[in-house]
Design a protein around this ligand. Structure first.
Ligand SMILES: *Cc1c(COP(=O)(O)O)cnc(C)c1O
Length: 420
């Protein structure tokens, strides 16, 4: 069975007709295919073969508890970057020992909370953070596993807003500092140094950046081992890019990525930890919206839809282009160039420019492909637009996995002080 496809001109997710969902749930909303997630996870898992590894799905790509549950049932651990994400993973039934905690700004409260709840390892991003984790763990009479996130100084050649592995980025520490931290670590009572960690960026579309950073990680591992440190885990992060189209693949063949991992790390006697996000969920989701009005202008024509930048930020934030699809294919010919825009009062609320479209009218359903990652999770309530629903499809079943809040619920969160 295909994940997303057309049957008699109608868009389907698995066995569910998108039009039927839209008859019951007000647009805009996200639709995810469980099968698409499972297939991508299995593909990665199978390609890794005999390499000793663990997959930790990167929660920030799509943190809906049902999505986490899908990956958890496949045996995935979770990579989290906040206490909120940690609690979501727990709510999806993931045990603390299957969660790694990354990110540059872990607070004392977060560190204490996840030590109480259980954690597999912290990926350490700075010396002050190492000191704090050691202090907190010592006070609690615990020894916590830590890996140090090394900055491999590799430019992933992706959008500058999602590059994380160059010298000027806020992430990770230089190899010189890594060595110094390992040395200090031998004196620390609250932490046990288990390995190195790395994540060079997201939506990476060539193997070369990975090749370069893996080769550096290997070199550093060997050097630390020669100095007598027993490394047992290497976390290679995520970052594999995807093609933006219906059922799109990863932009790097998964087999080649896994072959590279085996080439560089198979003989090091370390467990390889992976933190994929986008490559597992990006093409497992679409965003469904309705046309509000076509607006014919002197210079430009606009198709104004009911989804906007607050619902799906990637086009505005990263200049990302997501393919616009008709939910029911038109038999009419394309007859004009349209800019696809939302109702938010910002010019950057533009999804695509100059798309040749058949005539469309109010109420027609459209969808954006490849909206499963960094879509719903980045949404805001700008313009007091409620967060939109998320729908999970499995075979011929579908269910709302996050409801749209009412406007009164949103307004009720505001408080008017009695002196006002
Ligand atoms: C965002 C992130 C990931 C996941 O990146 P993708 O590009 O979605 O695969 C993995 N690890 C860390 C530390 C991250 O910050």
């Amino acid at each position: 069975m295909k994940e997303f496809y057309y049957k008699k001109g109608n868009l389907f997710a698995e066995e569910v007709k998108i039009k039927d969902v839209a008859n019951h749930i007000k647009t805009p909303f996200y639709v995810y295919s469980k099968l698409a997630m499972e297939r991508r996870f299995d593909q990665l898992k199978n390609s890794l073969g005999a390499l000793r590894h663990r997959i930790f799905y990167s929660v920030k790509a799509n943190s809906n508890v049902s999505v986490l549950k899908v990956f958890g049932s496949l045996g995935s651990g979770m990579d989290v970057v906040s206490l909120g994400e940690y609690d979501r993973a727990k709510a999806a039934g993931i045990a603390g020992k299957d969660i790694v905690f990354s990110g540059v700004g872990k607070t004392k409260y977060e560190i204490q909370s996840v030590i109480i709840g259980g954690i597999r390892q912290f990926n350490i991003e700075s010396e002050p953070e190492l000191n704090l984790i050691n202090q907190v763990a010592t006070e609690m009479d615990k020894v916590i596993d830590v890996s140090v996130r090394v900055n491999p100084e590799v430019d992933a050649k992706t959008h500058r807003k999602i590059t994380t592995g160059t010298k000027s980025d806020k992430f990770g520490v230089s190899f010189e500092n890594v060595k110094m931290m390992f040395e200090k670590g031998t004196e620390m009572k609250g932490v046990s140094f288990v390995g190195l960690d790395m994540h060079i960026g997201s939506q990476i579309s060539t193997l070369n950046a990975f090749r370069l950073s893996f080769s550096r990680l290997r070199k550093m591992t060997l050097e630390l081992k020669r100095s007598g440190y027993a490394l047992s885990r290497l976390d290679v992060g995520g970052g594999i890019g995807i093609e933006h189209n219906l059922n799109g693949d990863s932009s790097i063949p998964i087999d080649s990525y896994s072959a590279l991992l085996k080439d560089y790390f198979d003989d090091l006697d370390c467990e390889i930890e992976l933190e994929p996000g986008r490559s597992l969920v990006g093409n497992a989701g679409i965003l469904v919206a309705s046309v509000i009005y076509p607006k014919l202008g002197d210079e430009n024509n606009f198709l104004i839809i009911d989804a906007a930048m607050n619902d799906f930020l990637r086009p505005a934030l990263y200049d990302a282009r997501h393919q616009l699809l008709a939910v029911k294919k038109s038999s009419k010919k394309e007859n004009g160039l349209f800019d696809i825009v939302g109702p938010v009062c910002e010019s950057s609320d533009t999804f695509e420019r100059s798309v040749n479209l058949p005539p469309m009218q109010s109420g027609d359903l459209v969808a954006f492909s490849s909206a499963g990652a960094y879509g719903a999770v980045m949404a805001s309530e700008y313009n007091t637009r409620p967060l939109i629903p998320e729908v999970l499809v499995s075979d011929s079943l579908y269910a709302i996995i996050r409801e749209r809040p009412s406007i009164s619920e949103i307004i009720r969160r505001d408080k008017i002080p009695e002196w006002l």
